[in-house]
Ligand binder design. Structure first.
Ligand code: ATP
Ligand code: MG
Length: 283
């Protein structure tokens, strides 16, 4: 049995649970439970505060975990990043009150900065030769300047709207983060094998999430031209239509290239284009 630690309730929770479900792994979930055993895969899920996850994985209480890179690096625990998961993207930034003067990071010399990430902030300031007073607080960092607790803050930002609504201006990006799958560096063989199976499934889910299945009708004399425009794993599938002189082409396209390809194949004579999501993709 492999044990995974995920955040009990917070911004990582839903996507972490979704990822496990998309891997075809079933479990009974209750927000009151602290752990649950999966029914069709040798995995046990522990629900924890995100700050505790790197430590539990490093100590072997959990074998693997899902956590924000910001927390992983802040905690400085010996856990390996095995996969970047692409969700909960955010950044750790320095912000100052909107009206205050700020030219460069040197302006923070001698200032008070409130943050929940003292280690990441200290490393950033040290690398730039800035000496400031760091006040570690565990939450509501963005109100620190308005209550006179600090001259600046260093906090998590995604859209920046929280900063704006608190009269703050983002001035430096300290750290870029996303959710990562971490593992204990010394997993025994049998647990490593379960992790490898899980990673195989995660890769299939991740590949599928960026890909779309495309079906279209093409006049037979345009098949070669349209096929050249369609990327595919090997070559597009070509099936005859019931109507003489027409074929159906099937292929897989990447979401990023999608609109550009659609325009080109339409111009080349494609009709009846259907685009459908792919659930799993193994290449
Ligand atoms: P806990 O109670 O588990 O300690 P928390 O309050 O410390 O939770 P959350 O606010 O739920 O943590 O954030 C968890 C992680 O999600 C953060 O460490 C960060 O990696 C990411 N995150 C935070 N804010 C955002 C955001 N606005 N957009 C995207 N990701 C975010
Ligand atoms: Mg936390």
């Amino acid at each position: 049995m492999l044990r995974i630690a995920i955040q009990k309730s917070g911004r990582l929770s839903e996507e972490s649970l979704n990822l496990i479900r998309e891997c075809g792994i079933s479990f009974i979930y209750s927000s009151l439970k602290l752990k649950t055993e999966c029914t069709n895969f040798p995995l046990e899920i522990l629900f924890l505060r995100d700050d505790d996850i790197p430590g539990y994985v490093a100590d072997g209480v959990a074998d693997i975990g899902i956590v924000g890179e910001n927390v992983l690096v802040e905690e400085g625990k010996a856990a390996l990043t095995v996969e970047r998961l692409g969700f909960s993207k955010c950044r750790l930034s320095l912000a100052v009150p909107r009206g205050s003067e700020y030219e460069s990071v040197q302006d923070l010399n001698g200032k008070n900065i409130a943050t929940s990430y003292p280690n990441l902030l200290q490393a950033f300031l040290d690398a730039r030769g800035v000496q400031a007073h760091i006040h570690t607080i565990s939450g509501s960092v963005e109100i620190a300047p308005s209550i006179g607790l600090a001259d600046a803050i260093c906090d998590i930002v995604s859209s920046g709207s929280t900063l704006i609504s608190n009269g703050l201006r983002e001035v430096e990006r300290v750290f870029k983060s996303e959710a990562v799958l971490i593992a204990n560096p010394e997993l025994p063989q049998e647990k490593q094998e379960i992790l490898d199976k899980l990673l195989f499934r995660i890769h299939a889910v991740q590949r599928a999430s960026r890909a779309k299945y495309i079906l279209l009708n093409s006049p037979n004399d345009k098949i070669a031209e349209i096929s050249r425009l369609l990327p595919s794993i090997k070559a597009p599938t070509v099936l005859p239509l019931a109507e003489e002189g027409w074929s159906s082409l099937h292929s897989v396209v990447n979401e990023d290239d999608f609109w550009e390809i659609i325009e080109k194949i339409k111009a080349a004579g494609a009709q009846g284009i259907l685009v459908v999501p792919i659930e799993k993709m193994i290449v």
